[in-house]
Design a protein around this ligand. Structure first.
Ligand code: SF4
Length: 292
């Protein structure tokens, strides 16, 4: 999908990328088929609000239909990913399709932005905290394990300390695997840039550091749960920092590093036994690599 017309008050995207537009079903599936025939193992459907796919045809063919048809079309592609969905664009049908097919990777990046309804309203987000939590519960009910990540902004204009603590409490309740956390910063041309009640910059940072502290502890705890387990990863290649270490990702989007293998296995699925966990991800030993 291209563009976005949700106009969250902090975001410049709708002004720069224009209205939401879904690429045609035929064009997408043709491209996917072509990638599949070339041997690609993973694809990512992208859109600012990717699960609003089909909005321009009044959802006669929607995101769930696209995912389901993709699953039945591909042979080599094993992980179909998508980012970023919008919380209230998820419906029963989408949640069922995503949960049902093993070829749809079990990782959802679901932007929360704030854990307080008044701030969400001022951000012009189209959901409440309760609706957001309901989507998370539905995914968790239908999936034994699903990786969850999010985006959060703290220090939005007028945000009180109490409202910030509401965000912390949602973070503690959901226990995201990972979060991209930001102190609010004004974007010229957006509605929120003209809002009264700016939070002093030092206070924004103070809240951000507190949030990072809480989330990092959760991320470390969740990563620790992987130690001793054997996970499947799609190997990407050597790490940027150390050519003797290689990396890949799990279906749930965890980074896994392991010693350089004795031949090039990039682009292959492999099994790795996890020996250590860190804030940034996992470390383990290669157990098995898919055959050529
Ligand atoms: S934050 Fe996302 S949904 Fe909101 S306007 Fe920007 S791109 Fe659209």
């Amino acid at each position: 999908m291209f563009g976005c017309d949700y106009y969250c008050t902090f975001c410049i995207v709708p002004f720069t990328r224009g209205k939401m537009q879904s690429r045609s079903r035929e064009e997408i599936l043709k491209e996917v088929k072509n990638l599949d025939e070339k041997g690609y193992k993973e694809i990512i459907y992208l859109g600012q609000t990717v699960n609003a796919y089909g909005i321009d045809n009044k959802f006669q063919y929607d995101f769930a239909d696209l995912l389901e048809e993709t699953v039945s079309l591909v042979k080599n592609i094993r992980w179909i990913r998508f980012t970023s969905p919008y919380p209230t664009n998820f419906n029963q049908k989408q949640i069922e399709v995503i949960s049902k097919y093993s070829k749809i990777a079990k990782h959802i990046h679901l932007p929360l932005q704030s854990g307080n309804n008044e701030i969400l309203r001022k951000m012009a987000r189209r959901y409440t905290v309760e609706q957001f939590l309901d989507v998370i519960s539905q995914f968790r009910e239908k999936n034994e394990y699903i990786g969850l990540s999010t985006d959060i902004i703290v220090g939005f204009p007028t945000e009180t300390e109490e409202q910030f603590y509401d965000t912390l409490s949602v973070v503690e309740k959901v226990r995201f695997d990972q979060a991209f956390m930001f102190a609010y910063s004004e974007r010229e041309g957006t509605k929120a840039a003209n809002y009264q009640g700016a939070i002093p910059y030092r206070e924004r940072l103070k809240r951000l550091y507190k949030l990072i502290e809480v989330q990092n502890k959760i991320t470390e705890e969740k990563n620790r749960e992987y130690v001793g387990k054997i996970v499947e990863i799609l190997v990407e290649g050597s790490t940027d920092k150390n050519p003797l270490m290689w990396e890949g990702r799990t279906e749930t989007n965890k980074i896994v590093v392991f010693n350089k293998p004795n031949k090039d296995i990039s682009g292959k699925f492999a099994k790795v036994k996890i020996n250590n966990s860190f804030l940034w991800g996992l470390e383990g030993e290669l157990i098995e690599v898919e055959s050529d």
